[in-house]
Design a binder for this molecule. Structure first.
Ligand code: AMP
Ligand code: GLY
Length: 430
């Protein structure tokens, strides 16, 4: 079996590594991949951009790919699954119509409202329909979001109406390009965040192990929002009771609602949740893909063959398979380049990778490239060091041992990934 993974981040390195581990898989191609996928056994990079939908379909045909798994949102929103389907190619991910759940926050809010799924009260505006009087009538703070794709960076918590108005105007004015043509403004929700990721086949649902990421750049969850500075699995905030509630109040109505709306959802589905003090799982956002970096610790724990699960989903038989998970916890620390989340410094030599390879755990690459046998930084988030341990605390120690073995000029990473889960563990005397 030959598999194609689309994307070039840490999530895609983890996907390629997991798929390549199966005996029935002969080769995994990654487009475009990174230095990590270039050096992984049974894995080969193909120099096609993740957004080059036509090029990817040609590649999959020419290489006789049996299964394609899409990592990032952009090709999904651009309709890569529809293109592959019309070429008779098997591709795991939602079609373009379903990917609007992530591609348009205004669409997602309307969907949530229509199907009675818990979420913050909101209104969506274009420049022409914008209503400053509505903004002034709301309780502060307000959360102002560009509706389109902006790599998670176009969300601003505005403490006053004046700031909310200025933020919305800047978004309409093109601060985030086309993503800000429509703007969603919603009430601020207190609580603890949780990520909830499942696989869906249009009707059936297979939840993945729970996970939690840290979006802020600095320790203590301070500083600017990023794509994610680290993640761990399982997430103790998602107790069995909360898990059942999220399935019942969020995931099942979402999959049912999409099918009822005539667009059955196949693929990974990620709900970003804010768990209210009373336990209500409010949806902050949908992603139509796996999370990055959540995927890295989650796949470290997956003991089943992911390609088997994807094939079952594509056949509409997700109810006939199950996923086995390592009972240990996994925790990933993202190592970023100087400057991130602003445009980062690139081209620094990464040292210590050989030493790290002899330690337990695994380093997944993201923004890296190979040049003359050396691994160079080539993006904002560069590596994700993942450790395993009996609990989140032990996994955290293993992950930092791995991260501390690697360095380059200007490297930055948080020292406290998993702090809430570790505190919970201490509390319960674990
Ligand atoms: P989003 O891209 O919509 O998930 O927003 C990015 C981040 O902004 C989330 O992970 C939250 O930390 C924060 N956020 C978004 N919406 C809200 C909200 N309504 N209330 C409080 N925080 C929010
Ligand atoms: N880590 C958050 C995301 O992938 O959107």
């Amino acid at each position: 079996m030959k598999i194609l993974i689309v994307g070039g981040g840490g999530r895609e390195h983890a996907l390629a590594w997991q798929c390549a581990a199966a005996a029935r898989v002969s080769e995994v191609l990654v487009a475009p991949g990174n230095a990590g996928t270039a050096t992984e056994p049974k894995v080969r990079n193909a120099s096609f951009a993740a957004e080059d939908v036509a090029g990817l379909a040609h590649l999959a045909t020419a290489e006789r790919i049996d299964l394609t798994i899409i990592g990032p949102e952009a090709p999904l929103v651009a309709g890569v699954v529809d293109t592959f389907a019309s070429a008779g190619l098997r591709c795991f991910g939602p079609r373009r119509a379903c990917a609007q759940l992530e591609g348009s926050k205004a669409f997602a809010k309307e969907f949530l409202r229509r199907h009675g799924i818990p979420t913050a009260r909101s209104a969506s505006f274009t420049r022409d329909t914008f209503d400053p009087a509505w903004v002034r009538a709301q309780r502060m703070p307000l959360v102002v979001k560009a509706s389109g794709l902006a790599a998670g960076k176009a969300v601003v918590i505005a403490p006053s109406a004046d700031e909310a108005l200025a933020t919305a105007q800047a978004m309409f004015g093109g601060q985030f390009g086309d993503a800000g043509r429509e703007v969603v403004i919603e009430e601020f929700l207190p609580g603890e965040e949780a990520s909830f990721i499942v696989m869906a086949d249009g009707a059936h649902i297979l939840p993945l192990a729970t996970s939690q990421d840290h979006k802020r750049l600095h320790d203590d969850d301070r500083g600017p929002n990023t794509g994610g500075m680290g993640a761990y699995s399982p997430a103790p905030v998602v107790t069995p009771a909360l898990h059942a509630r999220i399935m019942r109040e969020v995931i099942e109505p979402t999959v049912r609602g999409l099918a009822a709306d005539g667009m059955p959802y196949t693929g990974f589905l990620y709900a970003g949740l804010m768990i209210a003090p009373d336990g209500t799982p409010n949806v902050l956002e949908y992603n139509c893909r796996l999370g990055d970096p959540e995927t890295q610790p989650v796949l470290m724990r997956l003991q089943s063959d992911l390609s088997v699960l994807c094939e079952a989903a594509l056949a509409g038989k997700l109810d006939t398979v199950s996923a086995a998970w390592d009972a240990r916890a996994a925790l990933g620390v993202v190592m970023a380049a100087a400057g991130y989340p602003d445009p980062p410094r690139k081209g620094d030599v990464i040292e210590g990778l050989e030493r790290a390879a002899r330690l337990p755990g695994k380093i997944f690459h993201a923004g890296t490239r190979l040049e003359a046998g050396r691994v160079l930084t080539n993006g904002g988030r560069v590596l994700c060091a993942v450790g395993l341990g009996a609990g989140v605390g032990a996994a955290q120690r293993a992950a930092y041992e791995l991260a501390d073995a690697v360095r380059w000029p200007g490297v930055q990473y948080r020292r406290d990934i998993g702090h809430r889960a570790v505190a919970r563990e201490r509390h319960s005397g674990d």
